[in-house]
Ligand binder design. Structure first.
Ligand code: 2AM
Ligand code: CA
Ligand code: CA
Ligand code: CA
Length: 259
C-alpha cells in the first residue's frame, strides 16, 4: 500500500465506525422516510445525515477533493484532478427501512481518475470490505482469496427484480442456466457476494455510486466488471452492470446480447 492509501484507509475506517453508531442510533430513534421518484425509491434522514458526515470528514482531512454523492452535490468525474470521492451513504435504503438488514455504506476513491481504494461496509455485521489496485481485497483485517473462475451453471446469480420480471435481454434464460437467482436489494451486498465467491455474478441497472466501490474491489480480485455489452464503466453514466467470474461474464454477456 502507498502512504497515501494507508492514510486514507486509516481515516475512512474510523469514519465508517462512527457512521455505524449514527446509523444504528438513528434508526432506533425512528426514521423520517420520504419518496424520491416513487414509493419504491426512498430516502431517509439518515441517508442525508451520513452523506453530510462523510462530506465534512473529507473536506476536513483531504481539502482539495471533489465529491459525487447520491444525496448531495454531484461533481463531474471526467474533469476531475486529484482525489475524487464517490459516496453512497446507505445502499439498500428499502432494506434499511423495512428490514434493518442487508444494507451497506460505500465509498470509492479515485486519484487523477484512476481507482485508488474501494470500501463496502456491511453495517449490521460490522464487516468492512476494502481494497484497491496492488492491494487485493480484505474483509476487516483478513485478505479474501480471488474467487474461483466458475461457470454460470455452478453458481447463484444476483439479479435486479424488475429486470427478471420483464425478462430483460433474455435474463430468464440466463437464470435457468445458473444454479438459481437471488435478489438481495442492495448493490453493495450483492457485490460482496460476488467478491467472496458466494455468487457467480450480479446484474443490475446501476448509478455510479452503486457500482464505483464494488467495481474497484471486483477488478482487484480479477473478476470481470463491465456493462452487459462489454463497455468499461465510466463513473458518469447509469449502466446495466454485470460483475461475474471471467467465465460466467462471457456466457451471460453472450446470452444477453443475442436478444
Ligand atoms: P439505493 O438503496 O442506494 O437507492 C435495489 O434497489 C438496489 O438498487 C439498491 O442498491 C439501490 O440503491 C439501487 N437502485 C438503483 N437505482 C434505484 C432506484 N431508482 N430506486 C431504488 N433503488 C435503486
Ligand atoms: Ca436511493
Ligand atoms: Ca445505492
Ligand atoms: Ca443510497
Amino acid at each position: 500500500m502507498t502512504e497515501q492509501q494507508k492514510e486514507i484507509y486509516r481515516q475512512v475506517t474510523k469514519w465508517f465506525h462512527e457512521a455505524r453508531n449514527r446509523i444504528l442510533e438513528g434508526r432506533a430513534r425512528g426514521l423520517d422516510v420520504q419518496n424520491k421518484t416513487s414509493r419504491l425509491d426512498l430516502v431517509t434522514n439518515i441517508d442525508k445525515e451520513i452523506e453530510r458526515f462523510f462530506r465534512e470528514k473529507i473536506n476536513e482531512n483531504f481539502s482539495d477533493s471533489a465529491i459525487l454523492g447520491e444525496e448531495g452535490n454531484k461533481a463531474d468525474f471526467k474533469s476531475s484532478k486529484g482525489l475524487f470521492w464517490v459516496i453512497d451513504p446507505i445502499d439498500g435504503t428499502m432494506n434499511f427501512v423495512k428490514q434493518a438488514a442487508d444494507f451497506a455504506s460505500m465509498i470509492a476513491i479515485y486519484q487523477d481518475q484512476k481507482p485508488l481504494l474501494g470500501f463496502i461496509y456491511d453495517v449490521i455485521h460490522d464487516r468492512l470490505y476494502w481494497g484497491g489496485p496492488g492491494i487485493g481485497v480484505y474483509c476487516n483485517k483478513e485478505q479474501l482469496p480471488a474467487p474461483k473462475n466458475i461457470q454460470l451453471k455452478d453458481g447463484l446469480l444476483g439479479v435486479n427484480g424488475p429486470m427478471m420480471l420483464t425478462n430483460y435481454h433474455n435474463l430468464q434464460e440466463v437464470i435457468r442456466k445458473s444454479a438459481g437467482a437471488r435478489i438481495y436489494g442492495s448493490a453493495g451486498i450483492e457485490f460482496i457476494h460476488v467478491l467472496t465467491g458466494q455468487c457467480v455474478g450480479y446484474l443490475s441497472h446501476l448509478r455510479p455510486w452503486d457500482y464505483a466501490a464494488g467495481s474497484i474491489l471486483a477488478e482487484s480480485l480479477n473478476l470481470s466488471v463491465k456493462t452487459i455489452d462489454g463497455k468499461l464503466l465510466d463513473v458518469v453514466s447509469s449502466e446495466d452492470v454485470l460483475v461475474a467470474t471471467k467465465n460466467a461474464y462471457i456466457e451471460i454477456s453472450a446470452l444477453m446480447s443475442a436478444k
